[in-house]
Design a protein around this ligand. Structure first.
Ligand code: HDD
Length: 714
């Protein structure tokens, strides 16, 4: 056998090879597999033996006891009994999608990683998984929580996992605190609740005793923690990483994902209702968008800086509770990720995907960030538990798409097994023998660590440079619009109102006093405290003159079109057909999705006698699941539904959530029934007016009519 042939045989199969072999195994029909109706495949056991009856357990007579002998039933039950694997200890609730990354502005001056430094236009397949942190696998999507934003790049030089969040900072500075942080936010161990929320004593007890978390807490209490959809949120690599170029020169880098769709969040009261109306709101949104060919895209940006910048920056770049304002180090866009393919099988792909922060490729390196270093241990370790053995990299979704050659062997579920005799190194096979000697390390192209001297005494001590816990928390707060600040005060008030212990509530306000006195006062009033508590002693006095950073606000960075958003049109008998059709086409022409809601799911007869089918019955399609709504019905129908609670809620919620509302004059009867007629403002659009539909859709680009909300809620 020639050596090329041997090498080919050694090649461990990647995803494509696996898919092919799967197709072969599952090839239709077969000698013993005659198709029952000439159509479907024959049902078989896991061993491939055809099954004659899948409904009745073998028994002694039709009413007799079931026989243990039934190997087919036993195999079926056995497999079912073992269907579950442990859910992720955090980020259990998630949704994965395939896509590709296109390199648009290569950066060979900073890195020799081919994925970032290759040819302009180079495409790399990716798999992205978005998640919440605290809730279990079945928890609702709209929890107030951080969202995971993990991307696996199947690069030519191995898998690169960028395991980030939709928030650029983290709660803690050192990984040793992670179990405590997560224990505190997860359900209390004695009672097993509350699920998927931070609004409870344990969480606020922990963070109020951990001042370093204050910056992240500000983000978590902002609208960032209730995104409208995964499609409308940013992603961040959080840590400072290193890039290494071909000459071995190192630079620091922070990674950013910028959604081309723009940023958008919902309002808390809306989030609570979405959780009831559609707990799968985020995953459904992603599935529907991709299914409809509206592929979401994010630009990948880098903030690159050198040792000198790091030395002079106000904070330590190794501290994951700090960010570098984009106004200080601009984000350079280097490529675009497009998500264009839904999974074929949720378990095989979304559930089994295993991200590891340690997965980097030549041309990159870690920094001494103590949170990152701890993560590098944790992710590999957790896969062993979750996926059951060291061969989780053989699972197609985790297998690199480049060749894999090494001497690792055996273990549970080994799927990619090298051939040949040499399973150790050094060896002298191949020298004058037919045997394949196996792979060898390559100093030129292999991964090399950045050279750094580490001659320090062993200590357990946090660096003094990590001690400022409030300055950037304050910077975040002052960078928000007034409406966003109001939402933050409301969120803190809501959460602390769920905290039973008064000392914890006060301690938390004692931190807010370092961040912004107005905010502290608002929350103090919100929870009904008679007077402000004392400030919590600060490890270091905050810097109060940090400049505002507009990049930190969602509303300052919103979209400029209604594209990708969803309009709910509530129709009923006699709805003006011209208006409905004009509105539908105006929305679709800007790339928005339209859902028709009606009193009955069958639909409703329009004014021209045509019957329009509905996507939702009004009870199942409340206005909270849409970005804007219109109510179009005939005179008589509007009179009928004026007293109908779901119809009233449709309008009153849309109003309360500052949504743009389209209507025709008969619909005003519903507005009148809930006392809204006299409150109709510039966020309402008469669709029967000239160019009514176009004007309405144009206004919807702003997403919300915030003027309606700028009064503080009690
Ligand atoms: Fe983590 C999962 C993001 C700190 C330990 N983490 C996980 C996921 C994301 C993040 C997005 C889900 C990946 C997926 O979709 O499968 N984690 C972060 C970020 C952090 C962070 C942005 C701070 C910057 N994590 C962190 C620390 C530790 C962990 C400090 C432990 C010391 N994280 C884990 C884990 C998980 C995980 C236990 C659970 C499931 C998994 O890894 O695969 O290992």
């Amino acid at each position: 056998m020639d050596s090329e042939h041997l090498l080919r045989n050694r090649k461990l199969p990647g995803y494509e090879d696996y898919k092919m072999s799967k197709q072969l195994n599952l090839s239709k029909g077969g000698a013993n597999h005659q198709k029952p109706n000439g159509k479907e495949d024959v049902l078989t056991t896991a061993q491939g033996a055809p099954v004659s009856d899948n409904q009745n357990w073998l028994s002694a007579g039709p009413r007799g006891p079931q026989l243990l002998e039934d190997h087919i039933a036993r195999e079926k039950i056995f497999h079912f009994d073992h269907e579950r694997i442990p859910e992720r200890v955090v980020h259990a609730r998630g949704y994965g999608v395939h896509g590709e990354f296109e390199l648009k502005d290569p950066i060979p001056e900073f890195t020799h990683a081919a994925v970032l430094a290759g040819e302009k236009g180079k495409k790399t397949p990716i798999f992205a998984r978005f998640s919440t942190v605290a809730g279990n696998k079945g928890s609702p999507d709209l929890a107030r929580d951080v969202r995971g934003f993990a991307v696996k790049f199947y690069t030519d030089q191995g898998n690169w996992d960028l395991v980030g969040n939709n928030i650029p900072v983290f709660f803690i500075q050192d990984a040793i605190k992670f179990p405590d942080l997560i224990h505190s936010v997860k359900p209390a161990p004695d009672r097993g609740f509350p699920q998927a929320q931070s609004a409870h004593d344990n969480f606020w007890d922990f963070v109020s005793l951990t001042p370093e978390s204050m910056h992240m807490v500000m983000w978590q209490m902002s609208d960032r923690a209730i995104p409208r959809s995964f499609r409308f949120m940013e992603g961040f690599g959080v840590h400072t990483f290193r890039l290494i170029n071909a000459d071995g020169k190192a630079s620091f880098v922070k990674f950013h994902w910028k959604p081309k769709q723009g940023l958008q969040s919902v309002i808390w009261n809306e989030a609570l209702k979405i959780n009831g109306a559609d707990p799968d709101f985020h995953r459904r949104d992603m599935w529907d968008a991709i299914d409809a060919g509206d592929y979401p895209q994010w630009d990948l940006g880098v903030q690159i800086f050198d040792e000198e910048f790091a030395e002079n920056f106000e904070f330590d770049v190794l501290d994951a509770t700090k960010l570098i304002p984009e106004e200080q180090v601009p984000v350079r866009i280097i490529g675009t990720m497009t998500l264009n393919n839904n999974v074929d099988n949720f378990f095989a792909e979304t559930e089994q995907v295993a991200f590891c922060t340690q997965n980097i490729v030549p041309g990159m390196d870690f920094t001494e960030d103590p949170l990152l270093q701890g993560r590098n241990f944790s992710y590999l370790d957790t896969q062993l538990k979750r996926l059951g053995g060291p061969n989780f990299t053989h699972i197609p979704i985790n297998a690199p798409k480049c060749p894999v050659h090494n001497f690792q062997q055996d273990g549970h579920m080994a799927m990619s097994n090298p051939k040949g005799r040499a399973n150790y190194e050094p060896n002298s096979w191949g020298e004058g023998t037919d045997e394949d000697r196996g792979p060898r390390a390559c100093p030129d192209t292999g991964f090399t660590s950045h050279e750094a001297s580490v001659g320090s005494p062993k200590i357990r001590e946090r660096s003094e440079t990590f001690a400022d816990h409030y300055s950037q928390a304050r910077q975040f707060y002052i960078s928000q619009t007034e409406i966003e600040q109001i939402h933050m005060a409301n969120a803190l008030t809501f959460e602390l109102s769920k905290v039973v212990r008064m000392d914890i509530r006060k301690r938390m306000i004692g931190h807010l006093l370092h961040i912004d006195e107005g905010l502290a006062q608002d929350v103090c009033d919100g929870i009904g405290l008679a007077e402000l508590p004392d400030k919590v002693p600060a490890a270091r006095e905050p810097i109060t003159d940090l400049a505002e950073s507009p990049a930190l606000s969602i509303l300052k960075n919103g979209p400029d079109s209604f594209k990708g958003r969803k309009l709910g049109i509530y129709i009923a008998e006699g709805a003006d057909a011209d208006v409905v059709k004009a509105l539908k086409s105006a929305a679709e022409s800007v790339g928005a999705m339209v859902a028709i809601v009606a009193p009955h799911v069958a639909g409703a007869k329009l004014s021209d006698g045509e019957f329009m089918e509905a996507n939702e019955k009004i009870d199942g399609g409340p206005s909270v699941v849409f970005d804007a709504v219109a109510i179009i019905m005939g005179e008589k129908a509007a009179r009928n539904y004026a007293d109908d609670k779901p119809s009233q809620d449709f309008v009153s919620d849309a109003f309360a959530h500052a949504k743009f509302i389209g209507y025709v004059p008969p619909s005003k009867q519903i507005f009148a029934a809930i006392g809204l007629e006299e409150k109709m403002d510039d966020g309402f659009f008469d669709l029967s007016a000239k160019q009514g539909a176009e004007k309405f859709i144009e206004a919807c680009a702003a997403l919300r009519f915030w003027d309606r909300q700028s009064v503080k809620q009690d």
